[in-house]
Write a protein that binds this ligand. Structure first.
Ligand code: SF4
Ligand code: SF4
Ligand code: SF4
Length: 547
């Protein structure tokens, strides 16, 4: 007879729910960051660009998460992962709604659990190694889910009409019927943890001789592990949710150290390492930013670095060119006036009110765009950047004009081509990457080119391969932006550039600067003109077609 006795909600279960809720709010990016850190290390190694300094944050996060998992098991999944917490919440909701749940046979459950290894293998091989734009950006459910943390307003809601949102919905439906549906069958990070935690030192023991016919723990195991036949849980699927400990009517499920102590140690260690990883990232970013400020005014600037004067600059807004006048006094930006713009007054005013005051108060052009007026914001930011490129201390008005820039009618320039210091970047491209014929058609010469652009926190470097006149591959060599923003931008922007054969594609909402950094770097590599504002998709083959 199955023992149906259950305990009241224990302190441990309550603590777990509180930690899950806190992690959902405090570490929304932990799942994405951890997976992205793995990816960054992997791609840096296979791309030959790995360095301890540049990858410090990723290394700290990855190694510590894996080490802690070896020591304690998957407390990450049981306590900290917001995607797992979402699964638990939906499962709880399904219970409250009294949804009839199917019985999944052990055999079927075991087979389905292999699917996540196929997902992981597919991502590593196709996406990370070959750069196939499968499940990239908002086509990826966990990116769409992670947007709750970076949500910036109505503009981000467009992500709800994406493939990723549809997959997220399907995962949500699956989670109503099968506990931890995504974790059991689909999660690629879970697949990594499953492998690593097989050698965990922290073990759950439940000597079967004391169990009799009871199967309560098996029935309540959130990962569907057939516990009834086990004296010690060695299964890598165990996520340390401790539901088996909670449910056992005979107090027969034991751990050493006690669950609460192990959970507290693991959670504190993982949270701490997350902060240390972020600190390492910030330190690396700060270094890049110092270098980048010499290259572009898109980096955070320090007060007093500009030469006093009145400067004019232009960049593309939503409809045509936006031109601004920037006044520098005492080395500080003291006034910004929009002289002309083709944008609708409604959007322009919103952008002006938000962006200009932000630039003045931060003395930096690395400011957020105004939600719902992204293009107009970018027009102003780009134009101020253009104006300030002439005002940077120590720069001259001489410009290193790329071959395509000579075809620019408006005179609008961008950070990619704005000042002499561009020449000191690691660019290895030759000026023959793109040639413009008299009718404006741009032809790309076969070869491999490296270029740089400016993201949110500093430089982004890419290598672009052109074969048969077509851009066939774009590999990110390095970047300084926060992982979660960059990852959101990376896969979508790269696949869009490959599809449209132009660096002028839509920026990823909520990751505009990282997107622009990639586009600018690709344009820089190919010697194509790039404006920091983006156009709609559909640029002609081999042409940037954007002014
Ligand atoms: S299996 Fe994946 S989604 Fe589930 S808790 Fe672990 S990392 Fe998060
Ligand atoms: S064995 Fe216990 S701790 Fe592990 S997943 Fe199942 S219920 Fe949770
Ligand atoms: S460990 Fe506890 S809950 Fe699990 S079968 Fe034995 S007595 Fe039942």
């Amino acid at each position: 007879m199955e023992n149906k006795k259950t305990k009241s909600y224990s302190k441990l279960a309550l603590a777990r729910r509180i930690i899950q809720a806190a992690a959902f709010v405090l570490f929304p990016g932990l799942f994405i960051s951890t997976f992205s850190a793995l990816k960054s290390i992997y791609t840096a190694i296979i791309g030959g660009t790995f360095s301890m300094a540049a990858n410090a944050g990723d290394l700290v996060l990855t190694i510590s998460m894996l080490l802690i998992t070896v020591l304690t098991g998957r407390f990450f999944c049981g306590f900290l992962c917001s995607f797992g917490a979402l699964g638990d919440a939906i499962w709880w909701l399904g219970k409250k709604l009294k949804i009839r749940r199917p019985q999944i046979s052990e055999k079927m459950d075991r087979m389905l659990k292999y699917v996540k290894f196929i997902v992981l293998g597919g991502i590593v091989l196709l996406v990370w190694t070959l750069g196939v734009s499968l499940l990239s950006g908002t086509a990826n459910p966990w990116t769409v889910f992670g947007m709750y943390a970076t949500y910036k307003g109505w503009a981000d809601l467009s992500a709800l009409l994406s493939v990723g949102a549809l997959l997220l919905l399907l995962i949500g439906i699956g989670s109503l019927y099968i506990e931890r549906f995504f974790c059991r069958y689909l999660c690629p990070l879970g697949a990594v943890f499953t492998i690593v935690s097989r050698i965990r030192l922290f073990k759950i023991r439940k000597p079967t001789p004391y169990c009799g016919n009871c199967r309560a723990c098996t029935k309540h195991c959130s990962m569907g592990i057939p516990l009834y036949g086990m004296d010690v849980v060695k299964d890598g699927e165990c996520i340390d949710c401790m539901q088996c400990v909670e449910i056992c009517p005979k107090d027969n499920v034991k751990t050493n150290p006690k669950p609460a102590i192990a959970a507290a140690a693991a959670v504190v260690a993982m949270s701490g390492m997350y902060f240390v990883g972020n600190l390492a990232d910030s330190a690396a970013s700060a270094q890049s930013a110092v270098a980048a400020v010499q290259l572009s005014s898109s980096s955070t600037t320090s007060a007093g670095q500009y030469v006093d004067g009145v400067y004019t600059g232009s960049a593309a807004g939503y409809h045509g060119t936006t031109t601004v006048q920037v006044t520098v006094s005492g080395g500080l930006i003291t006034d910004i006036t929009v002289l002309s713009s083709g944008d609708d007054a409604q959007f322009l005013t919103r952008a002006e009110n938000g962006v200009i005051s932000d630039i003045l108060s931060t003395q930096s052009v690395a400011v957020d765009t105004v939600s719902g007026a992204t293009y107009s914001s970018n027009g102003i930011i780009g134009a101020v950047t253009d104006a300030l490129s002439s005002a940077l201390t120590g720069t001259t008005s001489t410009q290193t004009v790329s071959s395509s820039e000579t075809t620019t009618a408006s005179g609008s320039t961008t950070t990619a081509t704005s000042d002499t210091s561009t020449a000191s970047t690691t660019q290895t491209t030759t000026s023959t990457a793109a040639t413009t014929s008299s009718d404006g058609t741009i032809t790309l010469a076969d070869g491999t080119y490296t270029g740089t652009g400016t993201g949110f926190r500093g430089e982004t470097s890419v290598t672009v391969t052109v074969e048969d006149g077509t851009i066939t591959s774009i590999v990110v060599n390095s970047y300084s932006d926060d992982e979660r923003y960059f990852t959101r931008a990376e896969s979508t922007v790269i696949s869009e550039i490959l599809t449209n054969q132009t660096p002028d594609v839509d920026a990823v909402s909520g990751a505009t600067y990282s997107s622009n950094g990639i586009m600018e770097a690709v344009a820089n590599a190919l010697n194509l003109e790039y404006t920091s504002t983006v156009t709609t998709n559909g640029g002609q083959q081999n042409g940037h077609g954007h002014h």
